[in-house]
Design a protein around this ligand. Structure first.
Ligand code: BV8
Ligand code: ZN
Length: 241
């Protein structure tokens, strides 16, 4: 793709769809089976954790276990290869898994935090006691969160919940990259969660070409906005040919 090959700064902006082919349920699918009676926006909140910490911790441990059992897929690997071919690539992800890093990407900007960085809900100190392979939590099982080794407060997932502010510096870094790039690939995101959903629009406003890669067509509202329809694990390697 011309704009990609000639770009001096490419932003890759990913959502849950980039991990779908690694069998990680997308955010909307993360509530399948026993979780399906919950609305993610209800469960991924500080209120839910205060109300029922064992339910929320159990959901995240189930998701973390899925990630630990997963492998990066062809989409993650194609992004690593793309970074080798362009002068500058900024990778911004909404995902809380570490599959980009395990594929070989570095300096990944996690705008919604990470499953792998739990911290104390009371004193915010990082918690280092996570077991490598949590007890096999079956779907829907409550697990009491561990306790902070410093203040005995409950440990929470290191993610940004709904109604929580995104980390200031991370968001500023992501917005700056979007303003500066000449091509932005928006991969596997439904583009509904704010303020991260502004990132492709910022790139467009600053003259970049935006390419949506999604199983579903993404409505283009701009001449420089393109929608490529298909699984990221198939489309991205083709773009690199
Ligand atoms: C905040 C971590 C200030 C947790 C997540 C306007 C401005 C500011 C805020 C708001 C606003 N309007 C509303 C809000 C509030 C809210 C919000 O956006 N609500 C939504 C529901 C409308 N935003 C917030 O609360 C944010 N905080 O702004 O603070 C504030 C303070 C107080 C009050 C108000 C505001 C914090 C948002 C962060 C939430 N945390 N994650 C966790 O993971 O559990 S967001 C979570 O959902 C994920 O991280 C992810 O980012 C998002 C889901 O989006 P996607 O990644 O796109 O995934 P999804 O499943 O939706 O779609 C998958 C896509 O992939 C689909 O399009 C599918 O077709 C495609 N696909 C599937 N398979 C493939 C594929 N594509 C390609 N290949 C495939 N194989
Ligand atoms: Zn503590």
């Amino acid at each position: 793709m011309a704009s990609l090959q000639s770009a001096s700064h490419v932003v890759v902006f990913t959502g849950a769809g980039v991990s779908a082919e690694s069998d990680i349920p997308t955010f909307r699918d993360a509530l399948s089976g026993l979780w399906e009676r919950f609305d993610p926006a209800e469960l991924a909140t500080p209120q839910a954790f205060r109300h029922d910490p064992a339910l929320v911790w159990g959901w995240y441990e189930w998701r973390r276990m899925k990630v630990l059992q997963a492998q990066p897929n062809a989409a993650h690997r194609a992004i690593v290869e793309l970074a080798r071919r362009v002068p500058k690539l900024s990778l911004i992800t909404q995902n809380v898994d570490d599959l980009h890093e395990r594929a070989g990407s570095t300096q990944v900007i996690h705008v919604h935090g990470s499953l792998h960085a739990p911290r104390c809900f009371a004193c915010a100190r990082p918690y280092v006691g996570l077991v490598d392979m949590p007890v096999e939590p079956e779907e829907g099982r409550r697990i009491e969160p561990p306790r902070c080794l410093h203040c005995h407060g409950k440990v929470r997932p290191g993610v940004v919940w709904f109604s929580e502010m995104l980390p200031e510096t991370t968001l500023r870094q992501a917005f700056a990259a979007a303003r500066d790039c000449d091509c932005l690939l928006s991969i596997g995101t439904s583009g509904v969660v704010q303020p991260a959903a502004q990132i492709p629009h910022l790139a467009l406003e600053h003259g970049a070409t935006v390419v949506h890669i999604n199983r579903q067509p993404v409505a283009s509202q701009h001449a420089r906005e393109i929608s490529l329809v298909g699984p990221a694990g198939e489309l991205l390697p083709v773009l690199l040919r």
